[in-house]
Design a protein around this ligand. Structure first.
Ligand code: KG4
Ligand code: ZN
Length: 360
């Protein structure tokens, strides 16, 4: 699959409208000069919860039902007509193919009908670029300075990047097995918490004693900035099975302590390897992005470690951590400003995310 990409001189005539449908959130947002004008997310989480995870076909069908109403609401929010927009951005990789296709087809059609420049963006790069977005309510928000280090932690990814600019991210290390969000979700399922497990574990961990159970922190003595959560997941499963065999119900204080002990093990590994990478690569600004960046333990743990090491910790604002379209519109605006354009006749959805293209 190839994205036909033509660099042209950029002059955007107004805000960029972003569309995100890669998983289970139908989202539309508008961003102008890095400022978020509106950020609408129609979540499908309640529809997938009874299955314990996202069902791709259900996700795609619901995106189809929700995309146009969400788009209309976002445009009403800002009181703009399509003629006043400067461009369109859509997540076209990676993600669930059926889900991606809804957003991509919608964006391509609108680009042709409204005669607007279009760019397809990478979902993980958009998560990271969300660190540069200016939330409307936060007057004191400080964006990171390029180049910066970014830890992208979501349901499908745990990766470290050196970020040089929009669409220019060099991979420094990633997980060898599960993503951090996946580990949270699998652990939550083991202790009987509903999907998506991360926020639930986070909530219970706040009332728990993280020292009660010692779980493996993993990936010591390596210098390749790789992460791994499979050992931790197995240790947690064996511990829970032992407790259940002893007749203990996984609820109340025991549940809180298990969540706190698990969370601290994930956070310790993420913080240790991320700060190591910052030192090694001489990067002072450190961004955490993606759904797991909403985790309070991770935000606090990384803030403390950064303070101790003289680094600047810049977690993505909470509203832009889990899937949203502000991040898509933000990265799209930055890419369009570099002159990047995708052809609305040929832009494709790429579930693997493996796309090669030159950034002008
Ligand atoms: O970025 P995201 O919304 O979607 C993907 O691109 O995957 O991330 C979703 C993941 C899920 O695994 C969810 O459990 C996790 O982020 N997550 C959290 C928290 N909020 C969402 N994990 C830990 N603590 C949280 N507060
Ligand atoms: Zn995501």
């Amino acid at each position: 699959m190839v994205c036909a990409t033509t660099p042209v001189a950029a002059a955007l005539g107004g805000p960029v409208l972003g569309i995100e449908t890669s998983c289970d959130e139908t989202a539309v947002a508008l961003v102008h000069h890095g400022r978020v004008l509106t950020n609408r997310v129609a979540t499908q989480v309640p529809m997938h919860r009874r299955f314990g995870g996202v069902v791709p076909e259900i996700a795609a069908r619901n995106h189809l039902l929700t995309i146009l109403p969400t788009l209309e609401i976002a445009l009403e929010d800002v009181g703009l007509t399509p003629q006043q927009l400067g461009g369109l951005a859509v997540t076209n990789r990676p993600g669930l193919i059926g889900a991606l296709l809804v957003g991509v087809q919608t964006a391509k059609t609108l680009a042709l009908a409204w005669n607007l420049p279009l760019v397809g963006v990478d979902h993980i790069e958009a998560h990271v670029w969300a660190a540069t977005l200016h939330p409307p309510e936060d007057k004191a928000y400080t964006p990171p300075m390029l180049p910066f280090l970014a830890l992208a932690v979501s349901g499908g990814h745990t990766s470290l990047y050196r970020v040089e600019g929009p669409g220019r991210m060099a991979l420094l290390g990633r997980t060898l097995d599960d993503a951090a969000g996946e580990a949270f979700d699998k652990f939550a399922r083991l202790v009987g918490l509903p999907y998506p497990g991360g926020p639930q574990v986070d909530f219970h961990a706040q009332a728990g004693d993280a020292k009660r159970f010692a779980l493996p922190k993993g990936m010591r003595g390596r210098s390749d900035f790789a992460f791994s959560f499979s050992g931790l997941k197995t240790a947690a499963r064996l511990l829970i099975e032992r407790l259940q065999a002893e007749g203990q119900a996984i609820e109340g204080q025991l549940l809180d302590d298990l969540c706190a002990s698990f969370q601290v093990a994930v956070v310790e590994q993420l913080v240790r390897i991320t700060t190591q990478a910052a030192r090694h690569h001489g990067l002072r600004d450190l961004v955490i992005a993606g759904g797991v960046a909403a985790n309070l333990g991770l935000r606090q743990g990384l803030a403390l470690a950064c303070q101790a090491e003289g680094l600047r910790c810049l977690p993505v604002p909470l509203a832009y951590c889990t899937d949203n379209a502000a991040m898509v519109a933000g990265l799209g605006e930055a890419l369009l400003n570099t002159g990047l354009r995708d052809d609305p006749h040929t832009l494709d959805a790429v579930p693997t995310g493996l796309v090669r293209r030159a950034i002008p």
